[in-house]
Structures are given as C-alpha cells and as structure tokens.
Write a protein that binds this ligand. Sequence first.
Ligand code: CMC
Length: 434
Amino acid sequence: MGETAVLDLGNGPIRLPIITGTESERAVDVRNLRSQTGFVTLDPAYVNTASTESSITFIDGEKGILRYRGYPIEELAENSTFVETAYLLIHGELPTAQQLQDFRHTLSRHSMIHEDMKHFFDGFPVTAHPMAILCAMIATLSSFYPEAIDPTKDEDTQLTVCRLLSKVRALAAYAYKKSIGQPFMYPRNELSYCGNFLQMMFAVPAEPYVVDPVVEKALNLLLILHADHEQNCSTSTVRLVGSAQTNLFASLAAGICALWGSLHGGANQAVLHQLHYIHDQKIDVKKFISMVKDKNSNVRLMGFGHRVYKNFDPRAKLIKRSCDELLDHLGIRDPLLEIAKSLEEAALADQFFVDRKLYPNVDFYSGIMYRAMGIPTNMFTVMFAIGRLPGWIAHWLEMKNDPETRIGRPRQIYTGANLRHYVPVRERTAALQH
Ligand code: CMC
C-alpha cells in the first residue's frame, strides 16, 4: 500500500489509502471504510466528496483554472471550434485533420430528425417551457433507435453519440419555432454546427437567411465554454443514472432535468429576469445589493457564486469580453448590460461578497449575449444544454468504459422513528378521540 491516512474510530487505528490525482489533488479513499469499521461518511451536498476519478476536466477553483483534457479553456476559446472541442472531450485528444473532417461529416449526415418526431411537438401547449420539450424529446429519440437502448449491446455507440450531438440542434430550434408558430426549418448541412443551428432558429421559408459570422463565432465561444465542468449537478446526474446501465438518451434527459434548476443551468434565465426586474422597477443597484445581503429577503444575486470557484470563473471573464464585442458589432446598447456591470462592480467591492468569495459565474453575462442574438430568455437553459452535451456524453462514456463502475448508491443516516407496531385505523381514531 502507498501513502495512507490513519483513522481511529475507537477500535484501534486503521489505514486508509490516499489517492493523488495528476494535478496533486489528494483524497482519502473511504470505499472500504464501512466493511472495515461499520462507519459511513456523511457529506450532504457532496461538498467534500469525490464521486469518481476522471480524466476529462480539471478545475482549480482557488486559482480560477479550467482545462478540458489538459488544454486551458482560454486557448480552446481562442483557437478551437465547438465541434473540435466536443471531439476532444469525447475522445480525449484533439482530432487530426482527417478525424475532424470525418466527425464533422457524421454530424452533418445526422442533423435531421425523423419526420414522425415532428408531430410530437404538436402535443405541447404553447406555454410549454422549452426545457420540458427538450428533455422529453431527447428521451423520445431513443424510440427511433431501439438498437441503442441497451448500452451493453449498442454496437455503434459513436453513431449514437453523433446522432445526439447533431439532432439536439433541430430539437431545440423546433421547440422555439413551435412556440412562435413558425414552420420548422430543415438543417442545411453546408453550414457550420453553430451556423446550422442559427439557421434552424431564425430562418423562415419565405426569404433567404444569411448567418452573421460574428454571431456564429460568439455562439461557438459560448458553447465551448459550457462544454464541460466536471462533476456538477447535471453531470453527476448523468453518471448516476447511467450507472444503472441506463441508455445514453435517458441519462442525458435526466441531466437536462437537473440542469433546469435555477441554482444550476437555469441561473442564466434567472439572471435576465433579475436584471429586467431591477430595470423595470428602477431599483438602485446599491439598494438591490443590500437586499441580497439581507438574509431575510431570500434574494440571491443570480449569476454570482460557485461551489468550486472561489476566484473569478474563467468562463465569465471570456464571456464578458465577447459580450462587449458582440453588442458593438450588432450596434446594441443594452441597458441590462449596464445594470449587470454596475452590479458586478458594486458586489466585488462589497465585504459581504469578498468574505464569501463570490464572483460572477458563467451565467452572469451569457444571457445578455443570447438576448443580443435574438434568443428568447426561456431558451437560455436550452442553449446551456446544447453546449453541455459533449461533457455529459464524455462522462457517461468514461463511466461506462470503466471496469470498476458499479451502480451509484449513496448511504444515509436514518433519523426517523424507531420500531413501532401497526395499529388498525379504527383503534387509531378511537385513541385520538379519547
Ligand atoms: N448571492 C448572495 N449570496 C450568496 C450567493 C449569491 N449568488 N451565492 C452564495 N451566497 C452566500 C450564501 O448565502 C452563503 O452565505 P452564508 O455563509 O452567510 O450563509 C455563502 O455565500 C455560501 O453559499 P452556499 O449556498 O453555501 O454555496 P453553495 O456552494 O452551496 O452554492 C451556488 C453555490 C452556485 C448554488 C450559489 O452561489 C448560488 O446560489 N448562486 C446563484 C445561482 C447561480 O448563479 N447558479 C449558477 C452556478 S454556475 C453554473 C452552473 O452550475 O450551472
């Protein structure tokens, strides 16, 4: 046994292995603790629990570092495309020119959804949230590929992966088209991944549509920045659901549901609502910050704070810069951007935020960019899901291909009633009446 930690729970010391990651992160391996001692560890919200070893994404929250497969997010943001980054996350290495061309080709060939699937959109009321539609449609996609439903027998997992990465754009864009009563637009495979999505979202059959290269580039950046973030709530959900040998479609649908929450991916929508509220009610930024600091108000500054980052979220820095560029290009002066900047300035100078190490996160400025692109607020979390898909897939594959994977099954500490015996309802009622 290598390095160990010594733990004494009253019956003499036991040795627990220490695991060290490639970036020198250290963990005490407690997997045999219960069988050795009868104790379990209690860690609500998994604040201190590494649920797996993983070689996909590295975060140093103290230093504000994010790397996919070793590559700094800043370099990928500057030089890569979303498709190339997706390949990197899923395969572990950047592709050669031929591999990239083949990957792009496969994605393009699988961009359409089955014609029968279009009818499913008619079943949703116009009030349906697009996240509800997306998660239903991703799970529904499995019914068109029954050969991929048993992950232990799926002979062409890479094809399943490409189908999902490609079709998610049509599913998302159709959810939007349905909500505004416009006809669905077929994909145009000569366009890039992002250009094709923009075309399905915003083109109409009545006139030609030209993709704005600056908008396309900005979308590409946003998707790269969202592509993975190690064991967050939705990724952990995908892995947990997948650990039951659940197929990829269903595991991703579960991840989409987890992402929907406003403390997670839903925060980008919540940020915009908050900025609108401040704008429409003409609330002074300093006053709003006081409301956030007041524990009785139950108001949080959405798009601020992070479980892992105790420093600037590197994604937020990149998004802020790109946000200015995009709005300049489109000639938009968005009062919500001004409010966001004032909020950031006020928060970063305030002791409450300094003490708690609360900085803007990925969701703080992304919504302003999506809004400038013409994407409606209720589609923001859908955009996050499109970006996160390669990360979820990479984690699902890593889990599936690991021979040590077992079904995820946390323990608990029971705090309920001790043994008691059943009393028939008549006697219970009589007892209550006396
Ligand atoms: N506004 C005001 N106070 C905050 C905020 C915030 N946004 N975030 C954390 N705090 C305070 C919190 O009240 C607590 O204070 P105290 O110690 O006095 O009780 C302290 O900071 C620690 O907060 P926590 O809730 O224990 O931290 P957490 O790690 O459990 O939660 C978080 C992380 C991201 C859920 C939280 O910071 C938050 O609610 N942020 C707003 C929602 C948001 O922007 N979510 C997106 C996260 S990034 C992208 C993603 O994951 O999808």
